[in-house]
Design a protein around this ligand. Structure first.
Ligand SMILES: CC(=O)N[C@H]1[C@@H](OP(=O)(O)OP(=O)(O)OC[C@H]2O[C@@H](n3ccc(=O)[nH]c3=O)[C@H](O)[C@@H]2O)O[C@H](CO)[C@@H](O)[C@@H]1O[C@H](C)C(=O)N[C@@H](C)C(=O)N[C@H](CCC(=O)O)C(=O)O
Ligand SMILES: Nc1ncnc2c1ncn2[C@@H]1O[C@H](COP(=O)(O)OP(=O)(O)OP(=O)(O)O)[C@@H](O)[C@H]1O
Ligand SMILES: N[C@H](CCC[C@H](N)C(=O)O)C(=O)O
Ligand SMILES: [Mg+2]
Length: 496
């Protein structure tokens, strides 16, 4: 494909050089440039991509898309196209370059603060059991059904996303399930992608380091609506969790304009799909759900009331795709779970340890409330920390939830990144009575987990929250190997 073929999608402000040459590949990182690349340069938070234009040209970039034309001349023959926002056009151009893959796939996007990964795994499982070959893009990995690569971010940059969708199409996938983060919506990473279904989980505090206010955060999530295909009659649709006040307001706004399935784990009468009763123990959850005036029993190995929300949302997605509800409900019983989400481990003496990914106030609250409900007499021992270089205001709130609801808390490190763990502790201490005898502060996460499992009695539950599936501890730009699940297993063995 030639540069001239994507020019209208670039919405150029100015062009210097030839547009009559074949694009080999589309790149936004100078370190990945190869001969014949079209390099996109934008001003980021850490650095300015324009600084790397020379390097990109030296590596073989044939064209540069930038927001500021360089003042200097290159000795090589390079085309410069000036656009208003290079990042926002990246996805669109890449979608044209890769043959508009999303228009040939049923793309199901999931957004919201918590539950995206869980709902996306559920959705893929449901589609797979109906014989749909389905790719997956999200926090844990990108799976094209041919390749599975660990994810660097929840929602990939525009050109990476289009390439993944293209590979899924090449592998004869019918569908792709994707987590859509608020960062992606804000930065336009999903430009050029057409979604058949959009699922909205919930909206609670997170990422205020990036969005500053909850209103800005909400607005970024709401942008997702405009990417959902509603052109043809009966084509696209949205699934909204109306237990969340933000999404129930959105449901009102969208009424009559798009196909919609509203769900409620709290059994709200206005919801189309709602839980009428929920029972669960340490092993499974049993839900009586109502749809179109009929009751259905749903059994799931997933633990926790919050997972009822995720289960109903995924069923809502399959309903919009025309999959019979009975078949989907049957399939849910065999769902194997999500790595690092309420993942259970047992010691020989019966001690239950749970590894979970709760790293926001709401998620942590939902998790400890679940543990309270399944715990009969023993204690809840919680190991948790707060991430560095992330929303500082959630730290005292997370610490308060931990100390209010758990019997014993060991606060520790969770990816301190460029911050000192002690300084993160200071922020957390604002939410708790740090002199409490029920609270320990141990920077070394391995030590913290070891202590929790060591002091636990067989009837207690130890919950290690925040890192879930992660296999590293990020300190000062270095990713040290670290896996809560491995450490927990190791410590449980030591109890024998
Ligand atoms: C806040 C944010 O979204 N940051 C991402 C963003 O950074 P940025 O635009 O500010 O870019 P930058 O690092 O300043 O660099 C500017 C440009 O120079 C380029 N560059 C840079 C160095 C070089 O040698 N050559 C070069 O060309 C970069 O590729 C980039 O195009 O674009 C970069 C390139 O794609 C990402 O690496 C970076 O992710 C950082 C690592 C990150 O931590 N992002 C997190 C917060 C994130 O995106 N999270 C969401 C939500 C998670 C969830 O809730 O599930 C996600 O979708 O993962
Ligand atoms: N529906 C829900 N409501 C509240 N909390 C939830 C819900 N589903 C999951 N959680 C909690 O949030 C944690 C993260 O869940 P999950 O990974 O599914 O969400 P996510 O939206 O993908 O998160 P992230 O944006 O960090 O990738 C879980 O480990 C659990 O503690
Ligand atoms: N997507 C989230 C993941 C947080 C995971 C937690 N372990 C942390 O590092 O805070 C983020 O990047 O903010
Ligand atoms: Mg996720």
């Amino acid at each position: 494909m030639k540069l001239s073929d994507v020019l209208s999608d670039l919405e150029p402000l100015a062009i210097k050089g030839s547009i009559d040459w074949e694009i080999n590949t589309i790149v936004y990182d100078s370190r990945k440039v190869v001969e014949g690349s079209l390099f996109f340069a934008w001003k980021g938070q850490k650095t300015d991509g324009h600084r790397y234009i020379v390097e990109a040209i030296e590596r073989g970039a044939r064209g540069v898309i930038c927001s500021e034309m360089p003042a200097w001349q290159t000795s090589k023959e390079t085309t410069f196209v000036q656009v208003k926002d290079p990042r926002r056009v990246l996805g669109k151009v890449a979608s044209v370059f890769y043959g508009d893959p999303s228009s040939h796939l049923s793309v199901i996007g999931i957004t919201g603060t918590n539950g995206k990964t869980t709902t996306s795994f559920l959705m893929r499982h449901l589609l797979a059991t109906q014989g749909w070959k389905t790719g997956l893009i999200g926090t844990i990995y990108y799976d094209t059904t041919v390749d599975r690569i660990p994810a660097s971010r929840t929602s990939p940059e525009g050109s990476d996303l289009q390439q993944l969708l293209f590979q899924m199409l090449k592998a004869n996938c019918q569908a792709a399930v994707m987590e859509v983060s608020s960062h992606a919506l804000e930065q336009g990473r999903i430009e050029g992608t057409e979604f058949r279904i959009g699922i909205f989980t919930n909206l609670t505090q997170d990422h205020l380091d990036y969005h500053q206010t909850m209103e800005a955060y909400r607005q970024s999530k709401e942008k997702f609506i405009s990417y959902i295909r509603t052109r043809k009659e009966g084509e696209g649709g949205v699934v909204l969790n109306i237990d969340d006040p933000q999404w129930s307001a959105l449901a009102e706004k969208l009424k009559g304009r798009v196909n919609m399935v509203t769900v409620s784990a709290q059994g709200k009468p206005a919801a189309k799909l709602k839980a009428r009763s929920i029972k669960y123990d340490r092993l499974q959850t049993v839900i009586l759900a109502e749809w179109a005036g009929q009751l259905y029993q749903l059994n799931s190995p997933l633990l926790g009331r919050f997972n009822v929300e995720n289960l109903l949302l995924s069923l809502g997605g399959t309903l919009l795709l025309g999959i019979p509800l009975e078949a989907a409900i049957r399939a849910l019983a065999s769902f194997p779970g999500v790595p690092g989400r309420m993942e259970r481990f047992y010691a020989k003496d019966g001690l239950l340890a749970i590894v979970d990914y709760a790293h926001s106030e709401d998620a942590l609250l939902k998790v400890v409330l679940t543990l309270r409900e399944i715990q009969s007499s023993g204690r809840i021992i919680l190991v948790v920390g707060c991430g560095g270089d992330r929303d500082r205001t959630k730290r005292p709130k997370m610490a308060k939830v931990a100390s209010d609801y758990a019997d014993l808390v060991i606060f520790t490190s969770d990816n301190p990144r460029s911050e000192s763990p002690e300084r993160i502790f200071e922020d957390m201490k604002r939410g708790v009575d740090s002199s409490s005898k029920r609270i320990y502060w141990i920077v070394d996460r391995k030590e913290a987990i070891r202590k929790a499992i060591q002091i636990a009695n067989p009837g207690d539950i130890v919950c290690v929250a925040g890192k879930g599936h992660e296999t590293y501890q990020e300190i000062d730009g270095v990713f040290y190997p670290f896996d809560d699940r491995l450490v927990v297993r190791e410590c449980l063995l030591l109890r024998d």
